[in-house]
Write a protein that binds this ligand. Structure first.
Ligand code: SAM
Length: 225
């Protein structure tokens, strides 16, 4: 018998934004080809407006990035859904995210998998995201402040890794921390220009295969590396 997996999802109180949230899912995510039911359910549940307090709540449900302070953004909903789907997640997975930002992507992941570790380089954003996720009731997300280029070796290997800032190259420490058979999704390219959203898969022998999923535009991965 398979091991029982319980992801403790918060019980959200009803909010007045169910309608724009459903429209976001239908018009921008389902309509553009995302099919994974677990991903769609997560996008329908998580109150995105709570992660973008700097804009009017309805604006948070448009298919565009929004400012979250410190020159950073919460990513466009379609890209969040696409990246999450391509990780090929299973309920028992442990996932590493680089670039916590608002914590929204971490919440989407935490709806689907057992455990999420997320790294944010800007201390104030890390603190705010940790408080927000705690307020919302997530118990399976660890927010850590630091340079995500180096990943989090003490909790490796991870079943999946998602990087939500644009790197100039795929960080070798992250490749090392991905388990065999695991997937990584990462935007790679020159800073401030259009980047390639790459899907990496590590096979049983540790070999990496890479596919280009889309052209994207992310804020740069910073840090001293
Ligand atoms: N995933 C976020 C969300 O759901 O709100 C959006 C991420 S935002 C586009 C990119 C984030 O990556 C920013 O918060 C930025 O500070 C962070 N970042 C940039 N370089 C980093 C690094 N080396 N390590 C960790 N976080 C980094």
């Amino acid at each position: 018998t398979p091991a029982e997996v319980s992801v403790r999802r918060p019980a959200f109180a009803p909010d007045p934004f169910g309608e724009p949230r459903e429209a976001m899912v239908q018009d921008h995510i389902v309509a553009r080809g995302v099919e994974d039911e677990a991903v769609l359910a997560a996008m329908r549940r998580v109150p995105r407006h709570r992660f973008a307090p700097e804009v009017p709540p309805r604006r948070a449900y448009r298919d565009e990035p929004q400012p979250i302070g410190h020159g950073q953004t919460i990513s466009q909903p379609y890209i969040v859904a696409l990246m999450t789907e391509r990780l090929g997640l299973e309920p028992d997975d442990r996932v590493l995210e680089v670039g916590t930002g608002s914590g929204y992507q971490a919440a989407i992941l935490a709806e689907i998998v057992r455990e999420v570790v997320t790294l944010e380089i800007i201390p104030a954003l890390a603190t705010q995201a940790a408080e927000r996720l705690d307020d919302l009731g997530y118990t399976n997300i660890t927010v850590l402040q630091g340079d995500g280029y180096y990943g989090h070796p003490s909790r490796a290997p991870f079943d999946a890794i998602i990087v939500t800032a644009a790197a100039r190259h795929v960080p070798p420490p992250l490749v090392a921390q991905l388990r065999s058979g695991g997937h990584m999704v990462i935007p790679v390219g020159q800073m401030l220009w259009v980047q390639n959203l790459l899907l990496l898969e590590k096979d049983a022998a540790g070999e990496i295969s890479t596919r280009n999923l889309a052209s994207v535009r992310f804020v740069p991965l910073t840090g001293g590396h």
